[in-house]
Each structure stands twice: as C-alpha cells, then as structure tokens.
Design a protein. Structure first.
Length: 189
C-alpha cells in the first residue's frame, strides 16, 4: 500500500486555520495600491491570495510572486482544500496540502496595464490525508481515488486593477488540485 493511500492524520485542522490567518493578516496589513503605473522589474512583485472551485472541495491558496524580467515571474505557492465523499454506509474526509513553485510568462504586449494575462507551469508536492468520519462500519480499505506526491501542471491566468484593487484569477490543470482560483494580488513594496 502506498504512503499516499494510508489514512494518516498529519494535517488535522491546523492548515485551514493557518491559511485563513495568513490570508487575513496579509489583507489587513498590506498596502492595496494598484499596479497601474508600475513598470520594469517590479511589476509582478505580488502576493496572490484567495480561494477557488474544484471537484475536490474549496481551495485556499497563497503565492509569493517575484519578477524575473519584463515577461517572466516565478513564485512559491501553497494551497489547502478539503472535501467529503461516500455513500449511505458513511463518508471519507479528504484533505490536501500542496506546496510548490510556479513560473509565469506574462503577455505584456497583448495586455498592458491595468490588465495582465499569463500562462505557466506549476511543480508542486501534494500531501493527501483521509479518514473515516462516520457511518455504519469502517471499511477494511479505501476504495476511492487517493493521490498525492510530486506533480507538474499548467495554468492560465489574469489580473485586472480597478480603483486600487488588483483582482487575480487562474485556471490550473494537470494536478490533483486542478480547478479555478480567484482572489487578490497585493503588491509588495
């Protein structure tokens, strides 16, 4: 049996609480000035925070993104999501924690400020935890789809700045946490 298929309780409720605390702290302490008028190497120096939609629950994410040059940026990301599956016999509770790196190519000629369209790759490691959360009897083994480990996926995204707020959206495919995320990009100063 793979390590990713064993019901270990390494995640608990702590990542959700930590993620929410980080998002609230960043939003409350950050200067939410617009990216409009910024140019050169610091245009993409932002913290992206938000939530999303997927077939595996409601993802929470945070990403620190830094400019490499006028078209490229790279960042560190973390995400967490949880969902339940099962039937009349009972339910399994799943939790995923992902950490990794992302690289973005920004189409600055096509989308000048206040727009920013980008595409890129995500290389991330995902930890998967699951446990039986009730029902008639605990099954001998898990029969669903449990995955984790190192994964490579692609993403498309964009940002739009309006009245000092920069809105962020991204669609990711190819990983266990594929889906749609949206939130805020907070400029680093």
């Amino acid at each position: 049996m793979s390590i990713f298929l064993r019901p270990i309780n390494i995640l608990g409720r702590a990542p959700l609480r930590i993620s929410v605390a980080i998002v609230l702290a960043l939003i409350s302490t950050a200067d939410l000035s617009a990216q409009r008028g910024r140019s050169g190497m610091d245009r993409f120096d932002v913290v992206n925070v938000g939530l999303g939609m997927s077939n595996r629950g409601l993802p929470l994410f945070i990403e620190l993104e830094q400019s490499v040059d006028e078209h490229l940026s790279a960042g560190l990301m973390a995400s967490f999501q949880s969902f339940r599956e099962g039937g009349p016999e009972g339910k399994w509770q799943h939790q995923y924690l992902g950490v990794g790196v992302q690289g973005h190519y920004h189409f600055v000629e096509i989308a000048p400020p206040p727009f920013d369209f980008f595409a890129g790759l995500t290389l991330a490691w995902y930890a998967h935890n699951f446990r039986w959360v009730g029902g008639t009897s605990i099954p001998d083994s898990y029969t669903g789809n449990a995955v984790g480990g190192l994964q490579l996926g692609g993403h498309l995204g964009g940002r739009y700045t309006y009245k000092g707020w920069t809105f962020f959206t991204q669609m990711t495919g190819g990983t266990v946490l594929s889906g749609y995320t949206f939130g805020l990009s907070i400029p680093l100063k």
